[in-house]
Ligand binder design. Structure first.
Ligand SMILES: CC(=O)CC(=O)SCCNC(=O)CCNC(=O)[C@H](O)C(C)(C)COP(=O)(O)OP(=O)(O)OC[C@H]1O[C@@H](n2cnc3c(N)ncnc32)[C@H](O)[C@@H]1OP(=O)(O)O
Length: 425
């Protein structure tokens, strides 16, 4: 077996993220992923060329999009001979796509590949209930006109009520926010701490736009040039006034300001070997060096729904021979401010680290000045599968700009899962 090859993150591109039912109201997942992909192809001069694979996905997609990513490639500026396939790991999708591409590069199966993700909260895949579905299937089977009429006569008004996907866990019926509220309560996460994290996210993202950091990470789309959820004028006072939306009574702390908004958007990231990058006149921004996934049993309440990264990170650190403090940047996806803070508090807690992680000592604190330095999902928004690509591209660029260093990526996902990775330069 030959040594694994280094996996370079070469470039990234996304469209600005839009709030649900706003600018991208009429854009489909395929439209948005094509825009993100074509922007990356233009930026890297890959028009008409083939890459090893394109791997991407959407958390919510229409049944007609069963081969979405390959169809997107066929409609893109890449060569039509580029293989492509869909993956889905809830909010971990974009990062998992980068890991899959990276692993194939490391093993010598491909020299370059593109990882991506897309989601629309505006163009939700509405379905019909099982009764109407069975009637429609029978209608398709009916051979004669009278037979069809007989089948149609079975339709009742209640059958035509559409089923809209809920942002909830199928096994508990609770929304992600309700789950996060339970975890916030368990860890004693205050409203003030959540609002401060949300405030920093907006300020850091606004600063990153101001200093031009986002210029070669984003391609404007449908007239939108910046993330639509960004509020550079937000203040702690304004955040403190918002009503709570998850949790109950006096213990409720989560608001629209410290929870991610429902969002539309897409992202794409180019990964390759050093040699491939050089041959194509490109250069590595950073290297994808480690990754890990974990899952927790949130169904029986053994752990909080969004706490899997708290388990994945120490496992990855142990394999990498690193401590939690060995990083210059921490990119912790802000599904909810409370979930970031619960994770950080768990890593500082000796009992959690001993009893749940099996460690002799707590992982300890991180330097908060190194956390989400260019803003994260609370400010940018969170089009589920597109978030991983946003983070990988921004962190790689930040490490490059810094002239080197190491960054930790941590993404919580529905179903009690976590996907984490390390980028280094
Ligand atoms: C899926 C996975 O695998 C894992 C994950 O990541 S889990 C995370 C998944 N994502 C979610 O669950 C998304 C959850 N978010 C939502 O459902 C909704 O955004 C929400 C219920 C939290 C809020 O919805 P909403 O009430 O419609 O929000 P919105 O109208 O935008 O904001 C309410 C108010 O707060 C204000 N506001 C929001 N953020 C603000 C800020 N930063 N500063 C000042 N004001 C703000 C708005 O201006 C608005 O004020 P008005 O009512 O005066 O207009």
């Amino acid at each position: 077996m030959t040594e694994p090859r280094k996996v370079a993150v070469v470039a990234g591109n996304r469209i600005p993220f839009a709030r649900q039912d706003k600018t991208y109201r009429h854009a489909s997942n395929s439209d948005m992923l094509t825009a993100a992909l074509n922007g990356l192809v233009d930026r890297t001069g890959l028009g008409g060329q083939e890459v090893g694979e394109v791997v991407a996905g959407a958390v919510l997609k229409h049944a007609r999009d069963w081969n979405m990513v390959r169809e997107v490639v066929l409609g893109s500026k890449l060569a039509p001979t580029t293989p492509a396939y869909d993956i889905q790991q809830a909010c971990g999708t974009g990062l998992e796509a980068a890991i899959l591409v990276g692993n194939k590069i490391a093993l010598g199966q491909i020299d370059a590949g593109i990882a991506g993700g897309v989601d629309t909260a505006s163009d939700a895949p509405i379905s019909v209930n099982d009764r109407l579905r069975n009637i429609l299937l029978d209608l398709n089977r009916a051979k004669t006109y009278p037979d069809r009429l007989k089948v149609l006569a079975r339709v009742r008004p209640k059958d035509v009520v559409p089923e809209i996907p809920r942002n909830a866990e199928p096994r508990t019926g609770k929304s992600m926010g309700d789950h996060a509220a339970l975890t916030a309560l368990e860890w004693g996460i205050t409203r003030e701490a959540q609002d401060e994290l949300a405030y920093n996210s907006h300020i850091n993202l606004a600063k990153s736009y101001d200093r031009g950091f986002q210029n070669d990470l984003i391609t404007p789309y449908l007239g939108l040039e910046k993330d639509q959820n960004l509020r550079p004028d937000t203040t702690l006072e304004k955040l403190a006034k918002l009503r709570t939306v998850y949790g109950k009574g006096e213990t409720a702390t989560m608001t629209a300001g410290n929870s991610t908004p429902l969002t539309d958007g897409a992202s794409a990231v180019l990964l390759s070997t050093d040699e491939w990058a050089q041959e194509h006149g490109l250069r590595p921004l950073a290297y994808l060096t480690h990754s890990q996934t974990a899952a927790v049993d949130y169904v029986k309440g053994a752990e909080g729904l969004l706490m899997a990264p708290a388990y994945a990170v120490p496992r990855m650190l142990a394999r990498a021979g690193l401590t939690l403090q060995d990083f210059d940047y921490y990119e912790i996806h802000e599904a909810f401010a409370s979930q970031v803070l619960s994770t950080l508090k768990a890593w500082e807690d000796p009992i959690f680290c001993k009893e749940r992680l099996g460690l002799d000592a707590p992982l300890g604190e991180i330097d908060r000045d190194k956390l989400n330095v260019n803003g994260s999902s609370l400010a940018a928004g969170h089009p589920f599968a597109a978030t991983g690509g946003r983070i990988v591209a921004a962190l790689a660029k930040q490490l490059d700009e810094n002239g080197g260093g190491r960054g930790l990526i941590s993404i919580c996902a529905a179903g009690g899962q976590g996907v984490v990775a390390i980028l280094e330069k």
